[in-house]
Ligand binder design. Structure first.
Ligand SMILES: Nc1ncnc2c1ncn2[C@@H]1O[C@H](COP(=O)(O)OP(=O)(O)OP(=O)(O)O)[C@@H](O)[C@H]1O
Ligand SMILES: [Mg+2]
Length: 740
């Protein structure tokens, strides 16, 4: 093992083999790197079998990187090593041994959208009004209960006395019954059921304890209770547990992460070695000092030393924007300049923001400017309708019990099966303990449906049946091709001849290439594993190294990553820190840690900005600069007034703020149409400004180029394109931008 690329403290961590070890260190000090090196060293120097090693990472991207690096070092035997996220590891365990707690290895995994669909059914059946008990909050509460290891019964015991909890308890119970009936698990169930398995089947646990002699966990500060218990169980025999983390980067408290797990590691694992790393290899000194000036405002933390020999570097740049469009304009102008003058590539830049909705202003401009960009975790590929439809078909092929998937696609494409028919099927199925798909195989049930619906249901049953027969022998790609041929999904979209349908077809082909890649990567590719992998895909996975694109993402999604240049935008009160932190000191501390994470992603250059006015939830209003700006050490920032940050002003910016070269966004042609804050707005995924298009206005289309609007009918625009003739497009979906 070559240790020359590690500093003494890092080498110590790599060479400490037995017993519990905690590496506690600030951002960019090489924690993840040490973890990877240690695994390689176990195999290379200490002759540990790869199959005795478990490594838990925070994202699938990190897992793949680790696997690749280790494969590079030791070759294909690394395949026997288990590397993955908590969820992926649990899936693997449950597929092998879930039968011991009543799960076949065919169970499907429900993502948040599936969860929502299932909850809707529960609301309906129980007659509970979602205005009184909002669906989103139920979803959140169920997840929290599960992270705290509370089953519906456990929850009832604890909180049943409180009448305001009554509806929630009913919903949680019904939800859990149904999910079990469907042979499904949501993300939290994966952890919970693994723990349950270990409790019910101690021999199974003993087997894994024996197998995983060396256990590793990255980003330990963000583990929740269930994850903590899982590690504790697995490490229960050999106690060779190697965890790395940084209390200052704990940013998932709202999802149940418990910072005590890291603080009390030495109590939980007596005799633990503590190793601290102090040299930072990522950033220059100004950036580190700036990060430190913010995080040191948090009470109850141990101050850490972090130094770098990369030199002082450049001070952070500061920009006070007039509004969010001016902010975007500034950022894009800077990026273009740096590419032009300093030899940066687009992929060297990351724009980090607090909420997803903020990406919109940047996207607007980047499209007009024709600069390649990627929104990480924004509009997720796997959340698009056509992809979810295909996934639902495939899930149903694997698991005929999956009623949620059945309802999603039974009438997609149209098979004349409406709500009434489904209700009839449901009644029939319920009485006999069948799934909806199974009911379609019963002549008696079919007799209940009208002629057309019956034909549709029978055809559907046949399609799924024929595919199911191939599941164990055929390639995933063959099953996919068959599915397309039998359902005619692509053909139908082709007949639509709209841009949206074309985009959907593109996405379906893109999906096919996902399958191809999966088959190339795996020795024995099968549909079950493929579905597990796609459902567990995390936000960071959409980043591809080869892309030369600017990356846009939330600070949460940037954890563990690094970029040569970082733009940290929207440093405003009630945005960053979030309005939720207004009168909650603990929430404010978490926001501050998030700010620390954001700053420490930067290698060479950091640019911070805020806007004096912003449209949020449809209202254009004056904004106050973030408290974090006032905490930052001004000696590390260029262009900021050391006397403090000024309050908002309302003067108009110079015209140049709005224009970059020829293709400027003409602010005057756009009439903002206020939108109500929706449920989605709270999760940050809503686009908060919408534009009214008028006849006569010029627009730019991503594919067709420039054109002029001839008429407007609702959201349907008729546009005469300069080179592509006249087309009708839906303003809500088409990749269109107004141009001046
Ligand atoms: N000894 C070293 N020599 C050279 N480069 C190093 C060394 N240690 C770490 N690095 C580099 O420093 C950067 C940061 O390392 P790494 O991502 O492992 O830090 P981290 O502590 O995990 O950061 P974070 O807290 O953000 O997850 C990486 O580019 C890594 O390759
Ligand atoms: Mg790391």
């Amino acid at each position: 093992m070559d240790l020359s690329s590690l500093n003494p403290a890092q080498s110590r961590a790599v060479m400490a083999v037995e017993g519990p070890i905690l590496v506690l260190a600030g951002a960019g000090s090489g924690k993840t790197r040490v973890l990877t090196h240690r695994i390689a060293s176990l195999i290379e120097t200490h002759d540990i079998f790869p199959s005795n090693i478990l490594a838990i990472t925070f994202t699938n991207k990190a897992a793949n990187e680790m696997r690749e690096r280790i494969e590079h070092l030791i070759g294909p035997v690394s395949q026997q090593m288990w590397v993955g996220t908590f969820h992926a590891i649990c899936v693997r365990i449950l597929r092998r041994d879930g039968d011991r707690i009543g799960f076949g290895n065919d169970f499907v995994i429900y993502d948040t959208a599936d969860q929502k669909a299932l909850l809707k059914v529960c609301y309906k059946e129980l007659g509970i009004d979602d205005k009184r008990q909002p669906l989103k909050s139920t979803q959140y509460k169920i997840s929290n209960a599960k992270n705290d290891m509370l089953t519906p019964e456990g929850y009832e015991k604890e909180f049943g006395g409180d009448f305001t909890e009554r509806d929630f308890i009913k919903l949680y119970k019904r939800y859990q019954e149904k999910i079990k009936q469907n042979q499904a698990m949501d993300f939290d169930d994966l952890l919970l059921n693994t723990l349950l398995l270990f409790k019910e089947a101690p021999d199974v646990l003993a087997g894994y304890q024996q197998r995983f002699r060396y256990i590793h966990v990255d980003e330990y500060q963000d583990t929740n209770r269930a994850q903590y218990l899982l590690i504790k169980a697995l490490a229960g025999k050999h106690h060779n547990l190697f965890v790395v983390g940084d209390g200052d980067q704990s940013i998932y408290k709202w999802r149940g992460a418990d910072i005590r797990n890291i603080r009390e590691f030495e109590l939980d694992y007596p005799g633990a070695q503590l190793i601290k790393l102090e040299q930072n290899y990522r950033s220059t000194q100004y950036i580190l000092d700036l990060a430190n000036s913010v995080i040191k405002q948090n009470p109850n933390r141990k101050d850490k030393v972090l130094w770098t020999d990369r030199g002082k570097g450049q001070k952070a740049k500061y920009y006070k924007a007039y509004d969010e469009r001016d902010e975007a304009n500034f950022v894009v102008r800077q990026i273009k300049r740096l590419v032009r003058e300093e030899g940066y590539r687009y992929k060297d830049f990351a724009i980090l923001y607090r909420t997803n909705a903020q990406s919109r202003a940047f996207e607007d401009l980047l499209i007009v400017e024709q600069v390649a960009y990627k929104v990480v975790g924004g509009l997720k590929f796997y959340e698009r309708k056509e992809i979810k439809d295909i996934l639902a078909y495939l899930k149903l092929v694997v698991n005929p019990q999956d009623d949620v998937s059945f309802q999603r696609v039974i009438n997609e494409p149209k098979r004349s099966i409406g709500g009434k028919s489904i209700e009839k099927l449901q009644m029939y199925a319920q009485e006999r303990g069948l799934s909806l798909l199974e009911a379609c195989g019963e002549p008696e049930a079919m007799a209940l449906l009208s002629g057309k619906a019956r034909q549709g249901a029978e055809a559907f049953y046949q399609i799924i049946g024929a595919l199911k027969a191939k599941v164990d022998t055929a390639f995933v790609s063959t099953i996919f091709d068959d599915l397309m041929a039998q359902t005619g999904l692509i053909t139908l979209y082709e007949q639509e001849r709209t841009i949206e349908a074309d985009a959907r077809i593109d996405n379906i082909y893109e999906f096919k290439s996902v399958i191809d890649a999966f088959e190339q990567r795996n020795e024995a590719p099968n549909l079950r594993d493929f579905l597990a992998e796609t459902t567990l895909r995390s936000d960071q996975d959409s980043i591809e190294d080869t892309d030369d694109s600017i990356l846009l993402m939330t600070i949460h999604a940037s954890k563990g990553l690094e970029f040569p240049v970082v733009f940290l935008v929207g440093l405003e009160e009630n945005l960053f820190p979030s309005f939720r932190a207004a009168d909650d000191p603990e929430a404010l501390e978490e926001e501050r840690r998030l700010c620390y994470v954001g700053i420490t992603r930067a290698e060479n250059m950091l640019v911070i900005s805020h806007a004096m006015n912003r449209t949020q939830y449809g209202r254009y209003e004056a904004r106050f600069p973030s408290v974090f700006l006032t905490e930052m050490d001004t000696a590390c920032i260029d262009g900021i007034d050391p006397a403090g940050v000024e309050m908002p002003h309302k003067e108009k910016p110079k015209q140049s703020y709005f224009s970059i070269g020829k293709s400027s966004v003409a602010a005057s042609k756009l009439v903002p149409k206020p939108m109500k804050p929706t449920e989605a707005a709270q999760t940050g995924s809503v686009e908060n400004i919408d534009f009214v298009y008028k006849p006569g206005a010029k627009v730019m289309h991503k594919v067709f180029g420039s054109g002029m609007i001839i008429s407007v009918n609702g959201s349907i625009l008729t546009i005469a394109f300069d080179n592509k003739g006249i087309k009708k497009l839906d303003a809500d979906i088409a990749p269109l931008k107004p141009i001046g």
